[in-house]
Design a protein around this ligand. Structure first.
Ligand code: 5GP
Ligand code: MN
Length: 328
């Protein structure tokens, strides 16, 4: 990827807004905090504005406590008056929910740094690599290739967290030799991979596990065991005291059963429904998600449907999924 134009955008502007997707994961937050530190080192004015609150287990990445949750009255003016907007780990306006409106209204360049498929027409500049394991990996490449600033422990911590989580701790398909190269370079900056793992995955509460119990109990196999799905209702959240971000990763349990090619999680939201899609091998699950207004990666996608009922969407998705299953 040619990073020269990206470097020029940074060098040629002073005020930046950084944002990422709804329900941010460690790649989303880590990309933001890493780029934030870099821009601050260059003397820039930077606002980090996200639609969602930062999940508790990722707050450690926001060392300076600078991430703000989007409030239209407070942030619309900042967004409309900034020089440049960065969309990180995010390539579609729908993925910032109600914040999408103001991004569409802004007239400044919108720079997308991302590794998802099918960007919409919101970004002015695209720095995307669908083969990259994480947005954090792309950012590392940018920082290294352009020697933009000296990487420090906080930057390394953020990028490592993003890469570790988006690769499922270095096991998903896009974990490449380059991924391990980047991880090895980041380890030179005095970061503690064990501590990062514990902070993200092992400081949870019992509510999440109780919710997982209910999700696992809901598990069903159809199409001769080739498709596995789970459902989570709002009442399950009430029963367990868990919250929306606790559901992150549950769908992967569907994929732990031999023979399962597609895994789905139907999650009832207050105002609609979230569906998580996973697939094995050459099944383009982003295409199935696309049939339901979603998208993402080839083997991992999602969609949010507003004002829709779980009970009506579930059979539609199962029907639509059948054609993606390989012959038995
Ligand atoms: P998850 O199921 O873990 O929430 O999301 C898996 C992947 O699907 C994410 O990394 C993201 O790429 C994509 N994704 C999740 N939700 C949405 C959505 O509502 N719209 C689109 N376009 N992609 C989504
Ligand atoms: Mn990512």
């Amino acid at each position: 990827m040619d990073f020269k134009p990206l470097r020029e955008i940074i060098d040629g502007n002073q005020n930046f807004v950084l944002t990422t997707h709804v329900n941010p994961d460690a790649d989303a937050i880590g990309s933001e905090t890493a780029l934030y530190i870099v821009l601050k080192k260059l003397g820039k004015t930077v606002h980090l504005i996200n639609f969602s609150k930062t999940p508790d287990n990722l707050l450690f990445l926001d060392v300076d406590d600078v991430i703000e949750q989007y409030i239209p009255e407070k942030h619309d003016e900042i967004i409309l008056n900034t020089d440049v907007i960065f969309m990180l780990d995010l390539n579609q306006a729908t993925r910032v929910v109600k914040m999408g409106e103001i991004l569409k209204k802004s007239e400044c360049p919108i720079v997308c740094i991302d590794h998802h498929q099918d960007p919409d027409d919101l970004p002015t500049f695209l720095f995307t690599d669908e083969e990259a394991c994480a947005t954090s990996e792309i950012l590392y490449r940018f920082f290294e290739e352009t020697s933009i600033v000296e990487i420090d422990t906080d930057i390394a911590n953020s990028l490592y967290a993003g890469i570790m989580t988006d690769t499922g701790s270095f096991r998903y398909e896009r974990t490449s030799p380059y991924t391990h190269y980047v991880a090895s370079k980041l380890l030179e900056y005095n970061i503690d991979p064990n501590e990062i793992y514990i902070s993200i995955f092992e400081k949870g509460n019992v509510n999440r596990l109780n919710l997982l119990g209910l999700a696992l109990a809901s598990l069903k196999l159809v199409y001769n065991g080739r498709l596995c799905y789970m459902t989570i209702r709002q009442s399950d959240l009430d029963k367990t005291g868990a919250n929306e971000s606790d559901v992150d990763g549950f769908v992967n349990y569907c994929m732990t059963i031999a023979g399962v090619k597609i895994g789905l999680l139907f999650f009832e939201l207050k105002d609609g429904l979230k569906v998580s899609f996973r697939s094995r091998g050459d099944i383009p699950i982003n295409k199935l998600a696309g049939e339901f207004n979603g998208g993402g990666h080839f083997n991992a996608s999602g969609s949010r449907l507003f004002d829709k009922e779980l009970n009506s969407v579930l059979p539609e998705v199962l029907d639509a999924a059948e054609k993606y299953l390989p012959e038995e």
